[in-house]
Design a protein around this ligand. Structure first.
Ligand SMILES: Cc1cc2nc3c(=O)[nH]c(=O)nc-3n(C[C@H](O)[C@H](O)[C@H](O)COP(=O)(O)OP(=O)(O)OC[C@H]3O[C@@H](n4cnc5c(N)ncnc54)[C@H](O)[C@@H]3O)c2cc1C
Length: 325
């Protein structure tokens, strides 16, 4: 099967990888000259289906729960499987109770257990929720590693190449172009993030700080780097982060740990998350075209599931129809 995948965000990369691993001849076209010019590059990389269950639909929790296994199989060296810690300042304790009732698959832990898990947070929090089955990856390393593996399986990657949504040279065209898709059902939700560096904090897992106004998460990366995110702004304006958002994210970060006040700010960036009205991503078949889009906050969490569904659809299609007619 000859497959064209348009768009090398996380949706397109996962789909290209899935098709190639099932023996398809895959070409991945990306409009930009680099893999780094999209919201996928700016993501936190949290694989956190149960935490996301606070607001996400059950299908996101159920399908997202399978993502860790897909990622471990695809990129065994990239997945950090140490769970997620959700903490709250003592004055906001009711937020933790609320979060625990809206989510599942967690343990309420005390200060001693928090110190064992994250010594940097010792003495700072009395209670936390521990979602031990969750995981995280570094999105940038994961995107590059997927691209490498795709090429090792014989897939072609063409950068600076705008793909046609229905290129007749291919049996199947997968369109995973994010906000570039001409679909009036899609809206943009801008997310702003920062990367800071401090050797004074060490974390093994993403830590979420519940806060009535500025909820925040911090995701540890290599070499004392931390990704701090992320705002949720109902807008498809692809702007740099605003002063207000940066100030609020930084303020909240040193509420989590005072050492973040002295951290170096390495990067401030933003991305527009493509979303449907119900915030549930979709895979849709239209003849030989397959649409993968609407990942909202769940690109890394849901791209594996949509990639598997897209490949199932395509292989079933090629077995049952004359797709070239
Ligand atoms: C700050 C932030 C934090 C996030 N954190 C997380 C997280 O922790 N966990 C999680 O699961 N998700 C997270 N997300 C969500 C996730 O990043 C998005 O859902 C995801 O990036 C959407 O991926 P995509 O592949 O659909 O689109 P995109 O990343 O936008 O990729 C689409 C690509 O298609 C290309 N393109 C457009 N038109 C064409 C064409 N005609 N031909 C070829 N190429 C084309 C574009 O250049 C682009 O590279 C976060 C998002 C943001 C902004």
């Amino acid at each position: 099967m000859k497959v064209l995948v348009n768009g090398a965000g996380i949706g397109g990369l996962c789909a290209a990888f899935e098709f190639a691993s099932r023996g398809a001849e895959v070409t991945l076209k990306e409009k930009s000259t680099e893999l780094s010019v999209n919201p996928s590059w700016q993501a936190g990389g949290m694989l956190a289906p149960w935490c996301e269950g606070e607001a996400a639909d059950e299908i996101v929790v159920a399908e997202g729960a399978k993502a860790v296994h897909w990622w471990k199989k695809a990129l065994p060296n990239e997945v950090q499987h140490h769970g997620t810690l959700v903490v709250v300042a003592p004055r906001d304790a009711s937020e933790l109770s609320r979060f625990s009732t809206q989510t599942t698959n967690h343990d309420m832990i005390d200060g001693n257990r928090i110190s064992e898990l994250e010594p940097s947070l010792a003495g700072r929090y009395r209670k936390a929720l521990f979602f031990k089955e969750e995981a995280h990856i570094d999105p940038r390393r994961a995107m590059l590693a997927l691209a490498d593996k795709l090429q090792a399986m014989g897939g072609r990657i063409e950068l600076d190449a705008t793909g046609e949504p229905d290129d007749p040279a291919y049996d199947i065209v997968v369109n995973a172009v994010g906000m570039a898709e001409k679909d009036s059902r899609l809206r943009g939700v801008r997310g702003e993030m920062l990367i800071v560096r401090t050797p004074e904090v060490a974390l093994s897992r993403p830590v979420r700080l519940l806060h009535p106004r500025i909820p925040l998460y911090v995701v540890p990366r290599a070499d004392h780097h931390f990704m701090i995110g992320a705002t949720m702004i109902e807008s498809d304006a692809d702007l740099k982060p605003t002063v207000r958002s940066v100030v609020e994210l930084l303020n909240a970060s040193f509420t989590l740990h005072p050492a973040f006040a002295e951290a170096e700010v390495m990067e401030m960036n933003s991305g527009v998350r493509p979303a449907f009205a119900d915030n549930i991503p979709r895979v849709e078949k239209r003849g030989r075209q397959i649409l993968i889009n609407g990942f909202y906050r769940h690109g890394y969490l849901m791209a594996p599931s949509l990639a598997v569904q897209a490949a199932d659809m395509a292989f079933e299609l090629t077995n049952t129809e004359d797709i070239t007619s």
